[in-house]
Ligand binder design. Structure first.
Ligand code: KIV
Length: 253
């Protein structure tokens, strides 16, 4: 797809119903550790566990026959080569996902190399790596300074050489993501990193406007307003129960 310049699509899913809707439509389904904030109500992704990723991963993969699947490795589960391989194998064996994704910087390129040598299919994630932030409001774009630009371009190449199958570029400045993408033969998947990436990923809750947060990052685009629809349905249910129009004869045994 990269060679044919056909953009790759990726959305997150954490459950069976969403997996069934996405399957065969998007190219990639990501069981992201964003589930910490979207599902579990955490302030950041640091409390996400291997167990959570395994359970949500399995529910999604079991319902994804056509799209390829990626499971995130949670915070502090890949601090060294042995820990990373043990946890990656455990997640992949349980979920049967195609890839694991890890948040990478120059300190853990060796971990990626070790995983790929051991036949684990790895997607690297660079730029803004959310596990580094306890407060998401502090997240800004990266790559504007020439030093950061060079470091990101070098890091992406090192991760390709380490055997990564793709690289997620998060909140990286347009020029830099374009340069990284043209410098690599593996695909880049952008989130807040311009149209010059080989594909795009977003969190499903954001495109559906399921969790209306007051200050949204600039890259988020909501294509519908599910929160409004759910609120309308809930209000109608409450009204009908209160005025005894539900359950009607039709809904009674
Ligand atoms: O956890 C996640 O959902 C992610 C994407 C937003 C890239 O890592």
């Amino acid at each position: 797809m990269k060679k044919n310049k056909e953009p790759i699509t990726c959305l997150t899913a954490y459950s069976k119903p969403i997996a069934k809707i996405l399957d065969g439509k998007v190219d990639l389904i990501l069981i992201g550790d964003s589930l910490g904030t979207t599902i579990y109500g955490m302030d950041n992704t640091r409390g996400v566990t291997v167990e959570m990723m395994k359970n949500h991963g399995k529910a999604v993969v079991m319902n994804s026959k056509f799209s390829m699947t990626i499971v995130d490795m949670p915070y502090k589960t890949y601090r060294n080569k042995n820990e990373a391989l043990k946890n990656a194998r455990e997640i992949l064996a349980f979920t049967k996902a195609d890839f694991i994704k890890i948040e990478t910087d120059k300190k853990n390129v060796n971990v990626v190399k070790h995983l790929t040598k051991n036949r684990v299919k790895v997607i690297s994630h660079i730029g803004i790596t959310p596990q580094k932030f306890s407060d998401f409001s502090k997240i800004k774009s990266v790559g504007k300074k020439i030093k950061d630009e060079n470091n990101l371009i070098i890091l992406a190449k090192e991760l390709e050489n380490a055997g990564s199958k793709m690289i997620v570029l998060e909140c990286i400045n347009t020029d830099v993501s374009r340069k990284i993408t043209s410098n690599l033969s593996i695909p880049t998947i952008g989130i807040g990193s311009s149209k010059y990436c080989d594909g795009q990923v977003l969190v499903i809750d954001d495109i559906l406007n399921l969790n209306s947060i007051s200050k949204k990052p600039k890259f988020i685009k909501s294509y519908t307003n599910i929160e409004k629809n759910i609120t309308r349905a809930v209000n109608t249910f409450i009204r009908e129960v209160k005025n005894k129009t539900y359950p009607s004869k039709k809904h009674s045994y």
